[in-house]
Design a protein around this ligand. Structure first.
Ligand code: F6R
Length: 253
């Protein structure tokens, strides 16, 4: 298996390991381009980055960021927009200039043009050095739901019902969860120089078991990672709980 798997005891350890990788990347390349994600999985990582910045002064002054995705119809002021999440949980806690942080514009009048603009933007910043990924219960990455071709660039998606239900916890009701999103495509994600996928908790165990089985299929979007030369997966014990013991290979960080 080409993927490097780091096993963490729990969410806190997974978050620290991921933050260490990002901090190392920024120290090695102060003008790194970081690809970022949202969701519950990332909150611990962002807390760690903020704490490190406060305590050790790691600087993000020259860093640029591009986020994976955004809901269609939600602007920066909406508490559930991903731009809002990023500003609140990470950007406001670092010294990164806000204009160097990028999230797809869910309010764009021409969504297809916005997707093309986002692809151009990623090229213009020189490509993504390190892309952080979570994984959906159905194996999605970004908002690339099962069945998405691996050749897809940034595009508009109809969210799977299971994804809308999973995310309803952040909204008042299921009806309030947007039906569409803009997401980097799988091809966009695979162009990143390095991928780091995080998984925590029992609800990710089925997807992780399928991913680590190694079958590459659009039915499991995350399995596209097997096509990339530099992937690190950091998963906690619960997320790995459905993987047969003999397959739980652990590489040292
Ligand atoms: C978020 C994203 C999604 C999430 C995934 C897991 O930007 O791209 O793919 O990473 O849905 O979400 P959580 O972490 O909330 O379980």
């Amino acid at each position: 298996m080409a993927l490097k798997l780091l096993k963490a005891a729990d969410y806190a350890e997974m978050s620290r390991q991921a933050a260490d990788i990002i901090i190392k990347q920024v120290k090695e390349k102060p003008n790194a381009v970081l690809g970022l994600a949202t969701g519950s999985t990332m909150l611990g990582v962002y807390r760690e980055l903020a704490a490190d910045h406060r305590q050790h002064g790691t600087s993000y002054r020259l860093v640029r960021t591009v986020n994976l995705d955004e809901y269609v119809g939600l602007g920066p002021d909406h508490p559930n927009s991903y731009r809002h999440y990023m500003n609140e949980h990470l950007f406001s806690k670092l010294d990164i200039p806000l204009h160097e942080t990028h999230v797809p514009n869910g309010l764009a009048a021409d969504l297809d043009e916005e997707c093309r603009r986002y692809e151009r933007l990623i090229d213009e910043v020189g490509g993504i050095d390190l892309q952080l990924l979570g994984i959906g219960r159905n194996g999605h990455i970004g908002f690339n739901e099962p069945g998405t071709p691996f050749s897809s660039p940034t595009h508009v998606v109809e969210l799977a019902e299971s994804t809308r239900k999973a995310n309803a916890r952040f909204f008042g009701s299921l009806d309030d969860v947007p039906r569409r999103a803009i997401t980097m495509g799988i091809a966009t994600i695979l162009r990143s120089r390095r991928l780091v996928l995080l998984a925590s908790g029992r609800e990710k165990a089925e997807a992780m078991a399928r991913l680590l089985e190694g079958v590459v299929t659009p039915d499991l979007p995350a399995s596209a990672l097997h096509l990339h030369p530099d992937v690190t997966i950091i998963a906690d014990r619960e997320a790995l709980s459905l993987i047969p013991k003999e397959k739980r290979r652990v590489d040292a960080p």
